[in-house]
Design a protein around this ligand. Structure first.
Ligand code: PLP
Length: 385
């Protein structure tokens, strides 16, 4: 594929683009057509129809996303959850056992513990930092292993290299949600993961204006996932494809700024007397500090923290800041602030949240692309008053 040997910044712009520009257009037009004229295809899968995820807008994204993670194939979906749920339903069957990291995005966690369990899938939670735990929990019918590159909302980085090797050694399909890291900071295929999953709603699109997802990885697995997606119907609309394609072009610029800005904010918060605890993989914390440096090119734009004074102090702080917008989601140009206990992890019971280390007062920050000095001044003011 053209541009495959170029650096990621060049691949973001040029990889996967049509060989010949369509009518000379520098930017790929939107093909807002549900169906396409029959062109002699002999197989049903080759008919062009939006639900088959195969319009020109889809195909360019598939080639580009695979090139970004140095993977074989990619597939876009109508949301991050469509990517995750379709993958799990396509690759596993009732009776199969999965090893699942013990601190995941709330939607994924609930899908595994409620929906998959009701269908007869089995699972065990694992500590992504403890290989003895994986070995102890693996069963003869264990088929898959699921983790997140940087966990939501505690921002831990497990022993990812060992996880991929464990999966390979035990013939498990390894899946990793790479949303928080992005291909700029981590490329799962290069470390031996079979499948990388994304909520493209977040950094890959980067402008908080669409919902989209992606599955990136091995062709034989992606074929099964694509087939299931066509039946479940979680395909991405061409206009959302167009926006995702546009957003991707600035991914490297945005994420590198967010890496630097989030690190500076995490360091500022760590040094403040008003702050109890800061979670950021780039800090020299016991969990993830050194490992993040080995695995990741940057530690991403997410920071979470607790203030002295718990929930009341957190609510006060969130009301006082002037730049961040109080909203769930992440990965956009604007800095967003939220409390996971009432947003991303509201589906867990208070006991489950407590066991996972998610306190009521935990604040999650998605650092945008505003000026870092302005953000720190805003936080200083909100903490100081
Ligand atoms: N994975 C992670 C890490 C997330 O944070 C989210 C949503 O917040 C999802 C998956 C689900 O993505 P979507 O909302 O695009 O379905």
């Amino acid at each position: 594929m053209a541009f495959i040997n170029h650096r990621i910044d060049t691949r973001l712009i040029h990889a996967g683009e049509p060989e010949e520009r369509i009518m000379g257009a520098v930017s790929l037009p939107v093909f807002q057509s549900s169906t396409f004229e029959y062109a002699g295809q002999s197989s049903y899968d080759d008919l062009k129809y939006i639900r088959m995820n195969n319009t020109p807008n889809h195909e360019v994204l598939h080639r580009k996303l695979a090139a970004l993670e140095n993977a074989e194939t990619a597939l876009v979906t109508s949301s991050g959850m469509a990517a995750i749920t379709t993958t799990l339903l396509a690759l596993f069957s009732p009776g199969d056992h999965l090893l699942v990291q013990n601190c995941l995005y709330g939607g994924t966690q609930e899908f595994v513990t409620a929906d998959l369990a009701a269908l007869g899938f089995e699972f065990d939670f694992i500590d992504a930092d403890d290989p003895a735990d994986w070995a102890a929990k693996r069963k003869p019918h264990t088929r898959g292993l699921y983790a997140e590159t940087i966990t939501n909302p505690l921002l831990q980085v497990g022993d990812l290299q060992a996880l991929a090797e464990f999966a390979q050694g035990n013939r498990l399909i390894s899946m990793i949600d790479n949303t928080f890291a992005t291909p700029i900071n981590f490329r799962p295929a290069e470390w031996g993961f079979d499948i990388s999953l994304h909520s493209c709603t977040k950094y890959l699109n980067g402008h908080s204006d669409i919902v989209a997802g992606a599955v990136i990885g091995k062709t034989d697995l992606l074929e099964k996932i694509s087939h299931k997606l066509i039946h479940l119907g979680g395909s991405l609309d061409p206009h959302a494809c167009f926006l995702l394609h546009r957003g991707l072009k600035t991914l490297a610029l945005r994420v590198r700024h967010q890496n630097r800005s989030a690190l500076a904010i995490a360091e500022f918060l760590s040094a403040s007397d008003a702050v109890e605890r800061v979670n950021y993989p780039g800090l020299d914390a016991p969990f993830g500090g050194g490992r993040a440096g080995k695995l990741l090119a940057g530690c991403g734009g997410m920071v979470s923290f607790e203030l002295k004074g718990g929930l009341a102090a957190a609510e006060r702080f969130m009301q006082r800041v002037t730049i961040p917008i109080i909203a769930p989601s992440l990965g956009g140009a604007e800095t967003l602030i939220s409390r996971p206990a009432v947003t991303s992890h509201a589906g867990m019971s208070p006991e489950e949240r407590q066991a996972a280390g998610i306190s009521e007062g935990l604040i999650r920050l998605s650092v945008g692309i505003e000026d870092t000095t302005d953000l720190i001044a805003d936080f200083k003011n909100a903490l100081g008053r």
